[in-house]
Structures are given as structure tokens and as C-alpha cells.
Design a protein around this ligand. Structure first.
Ligand code: NDP
Length: 313
């Protein structure tokens, strides 16, 4: 049996292109974990993934019940597991009001962080037993989690504050993790910071005991993906050329997909706890995370609260 990689949100953008890149090696079978089966099937065909190189399993990260069901369904397939990629995300920069998951969590934090938090925890044992003996768990990060760049400093900046909103369940009464007033763009950035802190916690808690390599990455600005679907029309028109010619952070979906596939399978990228980025001069390099992401005391608190919210303790 080929090595198996689960990729969440593989129906478009980065996830789809990483799925294609891995499947194209001939060494990997990709389980596309998607909320819209038909969209995923059409996307896989349209991008030219050979049938048999992938399968699609239903996963809606905005429901803890669906996450648990996905894990049960995956186990029932009897497939081996060698890598997990937590890639799916939603971004609601123009939302005036928050939306909520089936469990009552603010939608961006619930989907991007809490859903993946539960998923990764439930699959640790399977990863530990990976037949390829170099299992990896990758959670896609964001430039907002490293403040050594211009883009990482664009307001509203991520800030998890004292985590009081998360302690209250990022519920309608207090939908932001820091307990402040709702801001859709910030909720996304906060969720990505939580993803990057989770990678560091996973590394500290489980790497030595399981041998799993935990990693995060910022693949570059993939300005044309569906992530920006809810942004203003003018933004969507101007953002790709801005990223191409002004910030020079632009990366095509295809190139970004190759970068993610590299973090899953390149033997040289095996440092657990790392945060990978790319530069035109040096290629892949291990980047610095922001001060907040590096705050391991806060990350431990984030872990405890998240575990309680998803029912792990
Ligand atoms: P896309 O919108 O193209 O892809 C997001 C994927 O997530 C889609 O497949 C979407 O499914 C899926 N998804 C959303 N909500 C759920 C849910 N509840 N359950 C399951 N799947 C869900 O955006 P990108 O490819 O750009 O984003 C992929 C990752 O890359 C994200 O983690 C994002 O934060 C990160 N990223 C993106 C950057 C960029 O510039 N675009 C830069 C840095 C990081 P569906 O197709 O059904 O909507």
C-alpha cells in the first residue's frame, strides 16, 4: 500500500494543489477530507489527479461530531496513515456579525483551530504507527504568526490576549479569543496563531514519545484562492497584482501546493516544531515565529482550554 496523507480542505486552493503534487509522485495516496464531496470530486478530476490516487471522505470541521465521524470512517477504511495536513480554513474579513459552528464556537476559530485540534489529537495514535516510520503532522500557518515581515504587521494584528473569550467557548457572548469585540479579519488571524501555537505544543508534548514530526508553514501569499471569496470585489481585483509587484510575496496555487507537499514528504524537512517559509534567494528556510506564538506558557493554556472545549478532557 502507498503512503497515505489526509489533507483537509483539499477541494480548492492550497490543499487541492498539494494533493495533486503528492499524488503525482506515485508514492502517496491522498485522502481528501472535504465538506463538499461533489466539489472535491470535480476539483480532483479538473486538476488531473489520476483516479485511484485519491479518495474523498466527508469532513465538516465546523462540527465536532463530523470530525469524530470522519476519524471513525477513516479507520474503517483500514488504510495506513503516514501524514496529516490540517489545511482547511475560512476567512471572513468583511463580516459584521460572527457566525457559529454546530457546537456554538465562532466559525473561524471553530473551523480553523478547534476542529483541527480535535482531528489531530484523534489521529495521533494512527500517525505514531505510520508504516513509513517518518510520520508528519502539518498545520498550515500564516504570515500573521511571524511579525518580522510587513504583512505580519498589518492591522488588525493577531492577539489572543488573556484567552478569556476562548475560556468562555468563543460563544455568542464573547466570540473573540481575547474577549474583545468581534472582528472577522482578526478572528482569522487569531485562529492561525492558535494553529501555530498548537504545532509547538504538539511537538513538546508528543514528538519524543511518538516520533511524529510536527510542522507549520507559510507557503507565500496565494492571492487567487477561494480564501478571499468573501472579500470586497475591488480587493479581489487588486490583491493579486499588489502581491505580485509590490510585496513580491505572491505565489501561484501550484507552487504553493508543491511547497506544502515538500513539508509532508521531503526527508530534509524533518525538524519537528519547525515553521517553514520560502524566499526567492535561499529557497526553503526555517522562519522565526512571532513573540506570541513563541509564548509557550500561553500556548499551554491555549491547549488546555481547547482540549476542554472539544471534549478531550
Ligand atoms: P481556499 O478557500 O481555496 O481553501 C480552503 C479550503 O478549506 C476549501 O477546500 C474549503 O472547502 C475548506 N473548508 C472551509 N471550511 C471547511 C469546513 N468547515 N470543513 C471542511 N473544509 C472546510 O483557501 P486557501 O487554499 O488559500 O487556504 C488553505 C490554507 O492556506 C488555509 O489554512 C489558509 O489559512 C492558508 N493560507 C492561505 C494563504 C493565501 O494567501 N491564500 C496564505 C497563508 C496561508 P470548500 O471548498 O467546501 O469551501
Amino acid at each position: 500500500q502507498k503512503q497515505t496523507c489526509i489533507i483537509t480542505g483539499a477541494s480548492s486552493g492550497l490543499g487541492l494543489n498539494a494533493a495533486k503534487a503528492l499524488a503525482a509522485t506515485g508514492d502517496w495516496h491522498v485522502v481528501m477530507a472535504c465538506r463538499d464531496f461533489l466539489k472535491a470530486e470535480k476539483a480532483a478530476k479538473a486538476i488531473g489527479m489520476p483516479s485511484g490516487s485519491y479518495s474523498i471522505l466527508h469532513l465538516d470541521l465546523a462540527s465536532l461530531e463530523s470530525v469524530r465521524q470522519f476519524v471513525a470512517n477513516f479507520k474503517a477504511t483500514g488504510r495506513r496513515l503516514d501524514a496529516l495536513v490540517c489545511n482547511a480554513a475560512i476567512y471572513m474579513p468583511t463580516a459584521k456579525e460572527p457566525k457559529f459552528t454546530a457546537d456554538g464556537f465562532e466559525l473561524s476559530v471553530g473551523t480553523n483551530h478547534l476542529g483541527h485540534f480535535l482531528l489531530a489529537n484523534l489521529l495521533l495514535e494512527d500517525l505514531k504507527a505510520a508504516p513509513n516510520q517518518q510520520p508528519r503532522c502539518v498545520i498550515v500557518g500564516s504570515i500573521t504568526g511571524n511579525t518580522n515581515t510587513l504583512a505580519g504587521n498589518v492591522p488588525p494584528k493577531a492577539n489572543l490576549g488573556d484567552l478569556s473569550g476562548l475560556a468562555g467557548g468563543v460563544s455568542p457572548a464573547s466570540p473573540m479569543m481575547d474577549g474583545a469585540e468581534f472582528n472577522g479579519a482578526k478572528a482569522y488571524k487569531d485562529s492561525k496563531v492558535a494553529c501555530m501555537m498548537t504545532v509547538r505544543q504538539l511537538h513538546q508534548r508528543f514528538h519524543a514519545a511518538t516520533g511524529i514530526t510536527f510542522a507549520s508553514l507559510y507557503p507565500g501569499c496565494i492571492a487567487e484562492t477561494g480564501l478571499f471569496r468573501e472579500h470586497y470585489g475591488l480587493f479581489k481585483k487588486l490583491f493579486p497584482p499588489f502581491q505580485k509587484y509590490v510585496t513580491k510575496g505572491y505565489v501561484s496555487e501550484q507552487e504553493a501546493g508543491k511547497r506544502l507537499a515538500q513539508v509532508v514528504s521531503d526527508p530534509s524537512l524533518d525538524r519537528s516544531g519547525a515553521y517553514w517559509s520560502w524566499s526567492s534567494s535561499t529557497g526553503t528556510f526555517e522562519n522565526q515565529v512571532s513573540e506570541e506564538v513563541a509564548d509557550d506558557t500561553k500556548a499551554a493554556k491555549l491547549w488546555e482550554l481547547s482540549a476542554r472545549l472539544v471534549g478531550l478532557n
